[in-house]
Design a binder for this molecule. Structure first.
Ligand code: 4AD
Length: 465
């Protein structure tokens, strides 16, 4: 095959060399005997020049180039040149002197060529956005309705590369810590996280649910002696509220592990895991984070090498000192969580911290009560910029206590019999956690809306595209 160069690789070192690139027609403009073609690949752009004057290309070729529809896929053959000044509006600071252009796939609908048209048609997301106030902002619904086009912008290309790195680092770190990756069923007989937010369906005449988490089966993996397990997979929640951080389907990063002595072992692990992920992003995704920052400016995440741990009670106290009185036995709401995040940042200089030892009554039935005070539990949540990304805990591993807790929480034990029965033959003490992938990316980059980090978001009002 021939040698292909990526647009992102085009730099001054290639000056004078013949190259072959494939990309989309980002913009095209003709002027007398010249045509300017901007080619875009994965969010990177390069300017290509076609000139009849120097006899390099034919008149027909010039005509062909100047009528190409935007977004068509083209192969460009040419020579790399370095213009004297800076090139405005493209990511690459070199040009290609065109020898030949082939159209590989035509974009049938011509996207608007001017900013005004872009704003009017609302389909050229990048340009309409760069035009700022002068051109109407493109609404989120328009973007999501045309998500495939929307995803082509540099910031969106970068967001999903960052997301891919988060799951890669999650997997990489856990495998190095002797975890095994499992795939638990998403079709279940009963709800795994309680009644309200469950999608129900008909399973060949039998009532069934979509998994609200891999919780029950990942624990059954521990019952089956896998020791340390993790999963990256879809999670379904029939959320009723339409918020900036809830989806009806998201990607769960889950893990479950044996505990030898204390539930802090799970927090110790998540501490190392997340520092590994954040360090990895800052090191390996510099270009992507820069591209996101250009579109959606954000402050880099502040985190410590050893993550701050506060008890739930300490959180209540911090709020109290700031004049906010909350019920010490009830869960925080979104607003108090945000406020607490700010107080923690002011006092400890971190955007990332663990809150643990939650009141038992506000945690799921499978959560282990504290040995020294059963009003509390061996559980924790983790926050980025004052919003929850993780929840986790030590689990009840005693079958009698588990049955008692389920009953106390008003759960129909018969629908859980397969889960509860797995504990009858002994199981090691264990604990784990669940993370929302989209939330991690949203909060790491302070993007403000989870739809920006979901490829094709599913929310209470959206089931397409
Ligand atoms: O807090 P949740 O519901 O906890 C569980 O599912 C437990 N089984 C986890 C465990 O191992 N104990 O969900 C875990 C994480 C949340 O912290 C949040 O990041 C994300 O999943 N999450 C959502 N993300 C997007 N949309 C939603 N509707 C979400 N609900 C939870």
């Amino acid at each position: 095959g021939r040698k292909w160069t990526k647009v992102s690789q085009l730099d001054q070192e290639l000056k004078g060399q013949a190259v072959l690139v494939r990309g989309r027609v980002h913009a095209v403009r003709s002027k007398g005997k010249m045509a300017f073609l901007v080619v875009r690949e994965s969010g990177y752009t390069v300017q290509c020049l076609a000139s009849v004057a120097e006899n390099v290309i034919s008149k027909q070729m010039l005509k062909f180039i100047s009528v190409l529809n935007k977004e068509s896929i083209v192969d460009v053959e040419g020579e790399v040149s370095v213009p004297p000044g800076e090139i405005a509006g493209t990511s690459q600071q070199v040009e290609i002197q065109i020898r030949k252009v082939y159209c590989v796939s035509k974009s049938l609908a011509s996207l608007p060529l001017t900013l005004e048209d872009a704003a009017r048609s609302e389909l050229d997301f990048e340009k309409a956005e760069k035009g700022g106030k002068q051109y109407a902002r493109v609404g989120q619904d328009t973007r999501l309705n045309n998500r495939v086009l929307d995803l082509r912008t540099p910031a969106n290309q970068a967001i999903f590369r960052v997301q891919s790195h988060v799951s890669m680092f999650f997997r990489e770190f856990l495998i190095s810590e002797d975890f095994i990756e499992l795939h638990t069923p998403k079709l279940m007989a009963g709800a795994s996280e309680g009644g309200a937010s469950v999608f129900t369906l008909d399973y060949k005449g039998q009532p069934a649910c979509l998994a609200q988490s891999p919780q029950l089966h990942k624990q059954m993996g521990i019952c089956a002696d896998f020791g340390r397990v993790f999963e990256i997979g879809p999670v379904f929640r029939a959320e009723n509220s339409f918020t900036h951080r809830h989806l009806c389907e998201f990607t769960g990063l889950d893990l479950e592990m044996e505990i030898k002595e204390h539930y802090f072992e799970v927090i110790d692990l998540l501490d190392k895991l997340f520092v590994y992920i954040f360090d990895g992003l800052n090191e390996k995704c510099k270009k992507e984070l820069e591209a996101i920052n250009q579109q959606y400016p954000f402050e880099p995440l502040k985190y410590h090498k050893e993550t701050l741990r506060l008890t739930f009670d300490e959180g209540v106290q911090l709020l109290k000192e700031a004049g906010i009185i909350v019920d010490p036995m009830a869960d925080f709401n979104t607003e108090t969580e945000k406020k607490l995040g700010q107080l923690v940042k002011d006092k400890y200089d971190t955007d990332f911290y663990v809150l643990h030892r939650y009141p038992l009554t506000i945690r799921p039935f499978y959560t282990m009560p504290c040995a020294d005070d059963p009003r509390y539990s061996n559980s924790f949540d983790v926050f980025i910029r004052g919003e929850e990304i993780i929840s986790g805990a030590q689990r009840v591993h005693d079958v009698l206590l588990l049955t008692k807790r389920a009953t106390e929480c008003g759960i129909d034990v018969t629908s859980l019999s397969a889960y509860i029965d797995s504990f009858r033959y002994g199981v090691v003490p264990h604990g784990g956690l669940g993370v929302g992938l989209e939330r991690v990316v949203m909060l790491f980059c302070a993007l403000g809306n989870i739809r920006k980090t979901s490829l094709f978001p599913r929310d209470p009002q959206r089931l397409a595209p």
